[in-house]
Design a binder for this molecule. Sequence first.
Ligand SMILES: O=c1ccn([C@H]2C[C@H](O)[C@@H](COP(=O)(O)OP(=O)(O)OP(=O)(O)O)O2)c(=O)[nH]1
Ligand SMILES: [Mg+2]
Length: 149
Amino acid sequence: MLRISIARLPHGDGLPLPSYATHGAAGMDVVAAEDLDLMPGQRHAVATGFKVAIPDGYEIQVRPRSGLALKHGITVPNTPGTIDSDYRGELKVIMINHGSEPFPIRRGERIAQLVPAAVTHAEWDEVDELCETARGAGGFGSTGGHGSL
Ligand SMILES: O=c1ccn([C@H]2C[C@H](O)[C@@H](COP(=O)(O)OP(=O)(O)OP(=O)(O)O)O2)c(=O)[nH]1
Ligand SMILES: [Mg+2]
């Protein structure tokens, strides 16, 4: 089990730590630390009231909640949001309203989910030519449309 240090900011007073809703949940639900009405088309970095120190070699991904997306068109435009291990500012959730109605975000309500993940750092080996493959430079639908397999 990965352990991540988390510190509560003054405006996070009384809020629950992000937590798994069920035993098998992939993400920890995180709640809003502020109230606002997100207007259609509007974006806002919603405060969570917490800051974290993720161990080296890991990140936290910020993902939308499917219920908010399906029912209200509320999502996370930068999904998965990236929380770097060296970031010490407040963890925020960027939210956008793709729906047609104002959406009330209320303090204490679950707005997104956090998924810790391992990160692999790589180094480039710059070369003149790459090894060949059957696909070659084909991409962007080169293997066929969206019909059945
Ligand atoms: O949904 C998010 C995305 C980012 N961050 C914070 C933590 C992250 O470590 C930092 C930088 O994020 P990112 O690298 O995605 O943004 P950038 O535009 O590249 O900014 P920077 O130049 O600060 O890296 O902002 C959040 O709180 N929530
Ligand atoms: Mg960055």
